[in-house]
Every structure is written in structure tokens, then in C-alpha cells.
Design a protein around this ligand. Structure first.
Ligand code: PAF
Length: 274
């Protein structure tokens, strides 16, 4: 695996390696969910690129930027073993020099749900991913379904800005008890870890209740009873997969989405409705 730390080095490698080029952007703290993206990219691409960059722009003032898990040596080894050809590993000065001043606005979709809870989050995601796509210029961008709203926001950005990159969404990897893999799961205490799969169970209950003909309000009420008492629910809803606007019927493509806090750790999950 070759490692590029500057934009010039990255372009020099990505511009000459054989196509198609699949690209997996990450913030490190790699788990099986990230590696599933690499495996899919490896199956479908001649060259696989990945990046690790903890993007400060997508963290709010009181969020976990400082304590976000970091283990760069382990991440490098995992990417290398999974078959990444080129790792782009920029530091903050490379991505955001002191006079950096432009941002990509995620529009209305970026103000809902996660955007309401974290007002500057999607603007940070769209800004860094548009930079990464301009640097790497991949044929296909691989994103995890776990961050469903992020996938919708980025697909829209790529469409609206005519970026010549295809997007592939890879299904969420889960623990045996249903908990979606996330870099933030390491923050959970033993009790919170036991409670956390109840978010997934609540989403399944919501989907089943709506499939059985209940109204969304009744289905959400039924789903809430599946949450562990430790869960502090932020939202449970059903949204159009392309716009993330709430919908009242399970008409595909849609997501059943949820977010809840377990202690100080905020977890997200979703089910894809095809
Ligand atoms: O999903 C993530 O890890 C990040 O939001 C991403 C896409 C790498 C942008 O920083």
C-alpha cells in the first residue's frame, strides 16, 4: 500500500494507477463496516483508494472531535491487509490551509434529523468530500448505509455539482445482537452496550407495525416500547430515501431511521425499504 500525505503526492498516484478507481473515505478507527466498503471496492475496481482524515468541519463546538478514537498504525495495517492500493493521509494543514474559506452547503436536506441535531455537520461533510473527490477523482465512491442521511446528502451533492463519480451504498455491518457497527461504539459502558441494540429492535418494530397497516404515529408509539430505558430517544421516523423528507407510508425507496443517546454516546441506525 502506498501512502500519500500531500495533495500533489495523491494526485500523482491516483492519476496514473489503472482504472476503474474505487474510493473509500473514512475518519479512521476502522471496523468491519469500513472493511466491507473496501472489500466491495476491491471486487469492483482495479485500483482501490482510501483516505483517513478526521474532519474538524463536521464536528460541532461541543462534540467529540478531541476524543474521537485514533489508531493510525492499526488502521494502516487493516487497510493494507484489506487490499487498499493507495491511502491518502493528509493532515489538517493540507486539507484546510490557514486562509481556507469556502464551504459546500448541503441545502434543506442537510437541516433535517442529523442536521437539526448537529447544525454544521453536513456542511462539513459535503465540503470535505467534495475536496476529496477533486483530489482523488474516483470512478466510484463507496459509502456505508449506516449513515443514511449522509449518503442521501452526498448523492445529491454529486448530482447537483455534476461530479463524475458513481456512488455505491454498502449495507450496514452489525454485531450478532443487531447493533450497527460504529467507531463510536467503543465509548459505550457495559450497560449501555447491552441497551444499544434496542435502537435496531425499535426500527424493526416500527417497520413491522407499518407493514401491518398501522399509522406512522401508532407504529412509532409501538416502536418506542422496544427501546431500553437507558435510551434517550432523539427521533424515530420514516423518510423518503432521496430527500430525507418524512413520509407517512412505507413507499420505497425509503428509510426507517432512528437516533438515540446511550449515556453520552449518540447512535444512529436505519432500515432500507426497497
Ligand atoms: O462517514 C465518515 O466517516 C465521514 O463523514 C466522511 C464521509 C469520511 C467525511 O469525513
Amino acid at each position: 500500500m502506498q501512502v500519500a500525505t500531500t495533495i500533489l503526492q495523491a494526485r500523482a498516484l491516483f492519476d496514473v494507477l489503472p482504472r476503474p478507481l474505487g474510493f473509500v473515505p473514512t475518519m479512521g478507527a476502522l471496523h468491519e463496516g469500513h472493511l466491507a466498503l473496501v472489500r466491495r471496492a476491491r471486487e469492483e475496481s482495479t485500483t482501490v483508494g482510501a483516505s483517513i482524515f478526521i474532519n474538524p468541519l463536521q464536528f460541532g463546538a461541543n462534540e467529540d472531535l478531541e476524543k474521537y478514537p485514533r489508531d493510525i498504525e492499526a488502521d494502516r495495517a487493516k487497510f493494507s491487509a484489506a487490499g487498499v492500493d493507495v491511502l491518502f493521509l493528509p493532515n489538517q494543514a493540507v486539507m484546510y490551509p490557514p486562509d481556507f474559506s469556502t464551504a459546500v452547503d448541503a441545502g434543506e436536506m442537510g437541516t433535517r434529523f442529523e442536521g437539526a441535531a448537529r447544525p454544521t455537520h453536513f456542511r462539513g461533510v459535503t465540503t470535505v468530500v467534495s475536496k476529496l473527490l477533486n483530489i482523488v477523482r474516483p470512478d466510484t465512491l463507496y459509502l456505508g448505509q449506516k449513515d443514511a442521511q449522509q449518503t442521501a446528502v452526498l448523492r445529491r451533492m454529486i448530482r447537483d455539482l455534476d461530479i463524475p463519480t458513481h456512488v455505491t451504498i454498502v449495507p450496514t455491518e452489525r454485531e450478532a445482537d443487531g447493533l450497527a457497527l460504529s467507531s463510536r461504539n467503543v465509548y459505550l459502558s457495559v450497560e449501555e452496550r447491552q441497551a444499544a441494540p434496542s435502537l435496531h429492535h425499535a426500527l424493526q418494530a416500527l417497520r413491522m407495525a407499518m407493514q401491518m397497516g398501522k399509522s406512522k404515529a401508532d407504529a412509532v408509539a409501538a416502536a418506542r416500547t422496544r427501546l431500553d430505558p437507558l435510551a434517550q430517544l432523539d427521533y424515530l421516523d420514516v423518510v423518503d430515501a432521496n430527500t430525507f423528507a418524512p413520509i407517512d407510508v412505507l413507499s420505497p425507496p425509503a428509510f426507517v431511521i432512528g437516533a438515540a443517546r446511550f449515556g453520552s454516546t449518540r447512535l444512529l441506525d436505519n432500515l432500507w425499504i426497497e
